[in-house]
Design a protein around this ligand. Structure first.
Ligand code: NAD
Length: 337
């Protein structure tokens, strides 16, 4: 049983903790938080031991009626691995703490690639994280792109990827983010930094990306054009993507015409927090012109990276091979529509 500590219990951390607890070969021994907010109370209700991420703030937890199990360095010392889910940039600062205790760690996509030895996506490069001490699970957008590129590359070869990323302005709780009434090229300079991030997974890939930010909180939407190595048919590509458990090809006729209905669909299906871990590709959008493939996909930024964190732990500790790990993760979380 791998003993996991989760440092940073926000949008990603709370989901990672629940996903780990759902697995038979790993357990959460504690979570570290900076403040006793609503998420801290939920963590206690779910049975997680609470550690103070910032020792000086420990008294705030007892004032809020939360008993602490200790401070974050005790959690780091006890854990076999830490999943760092702190805000962008803090993870890199935390690496020294993990090194001091010789505790391996997983970082998230908000960190620069050099925070870790390996940037990770289970479908694309599971084995690269075998026996690594420091691994970065790539961002929600890079995860979404990697899950499409990997099977296309294997089946047809990929000459070039061009992707326009229409990104949500912020997560639902991030009320200081925006825009609230605008459409922002973001970044304005093109191509955007997202392409180079995808190249941390596929170093030889030709990829250009453009980014926009819009007043939405639900999901990102990608408009993709992939020049493949072979002439293909839309039907063949569709079958290929339907065979991927972490890709949901939205059937025609369901009336799912946007991110809002996808989120309703996940809630109706009783998914925890309404999460949609799979890439959601509109079947009707899969269009082919010679070697050029086009499609639209929606990415639930809050949850698509969660199964990847579970698989990263299995790769680092050599617990299972890629296929066995992904299948186990998916079965335990209920991934695959
Ligand atoms: P978040 O702000 O929702 O959660 C971060 C948590 O860490 C908060 O609870 C915060 O209080 C806590 N924290 C702050 N400083 C800390 C410290 N020093 N020690 C311990 N905890 C601390 O952020 P998030 O959205 O969960 O993002 C976490 C990471 O995941 C970032 O690298 C981000 O880029 C990445 N990521 C986010 C998303 C997304 O859409 N939210 C998607 C994929 C990856």
């Amino acid at each position: 049983m791998i003993r996991v500590g989760v440092n940073g219990y926000g949008t990603i951390g709370k989901r990672v903790a629940d996903a780990i607890e759902a697995q038979p070969d790993m357990e959460v021994i504690g979570v570290a938080k900076t403040q006793p907010n609503f998420e801290a109370h939920t963590a206690i209700e779910r049975g997680y031991s609470m550690y103070a991420a910032i020792p000086e703030r420990a008294p705030l937890f007892s004032e809020a009626g939360i008993d602490l199990a200790g401070e974050v360095d005790e959690l780091v010392a006890e854990a076999d691995v830490i999943v760092d889910c702190t805000p962008s940039g803090i993870g890199a600062r935390n690496r020294e703490l993990y090194e001091t205790h010789h505790t391996p760690a997983i970082f998230q996509g908000g960190e620069d690639a050099d925070v870790a030895e390996v940037s990770f996506n289970a479908r694309a490069n599971f084995d690269a994280a075998r026996d690594a001490d420091y691994v970065r699970v790539v961002s929600c957008n890079t995860t979404g792109l990697s899950r499409i590129i990997a099977p296309l590359k294997e089946e047809y070869g990929v000459e070039k990827v061009r992707a326009t990323l229409v990104r949500r302005g912020g997560d639902p709780g991030q009320n200081s983010r925006g825009p609230i009434n605008d459409i922002l090229p973001d970044p304005i300079s093109v191509p955007s930094h997202h392409g180079p991030d995808v190249k941390t997974i596929f170093p030889d890939l030709e990829i250009d990306t453009l980014g926009l930010k819009v007043p939405a909180t639900l999901m990102h939407v990608h408009a993709l054009n992939v020049t493949l190595g072979d002439d293909v048919t839309g039907a063949h590509v569709r079958q290929l993507l339907e065979n991927e458990n972490r890709v949901y090809v939205i059937p025609e006729g369901l009336g799912i015409d946007g991110a809002g209905k996808l989120m309703d669909f996940a809630l109706d299906a009783g998914r925890p927090r309404g999460d949609m871990w799979e890439n959601c590709v509109w079947g009707e959008s899969i269009g082919v012109n010679g070697r050029d493939l086009y499609l639209f996909q929606a990415i639930h930024q809050q949850s698509d990276v969660i199964p990847e964190n579970v698989d990263a732990i299995r790769a680092m500790f050599d617990l299972e091979d890629k296929q066995a790990s992904m299948e186990l993760t998916d079965r335990r979380l209920g991934i695959g529509i």
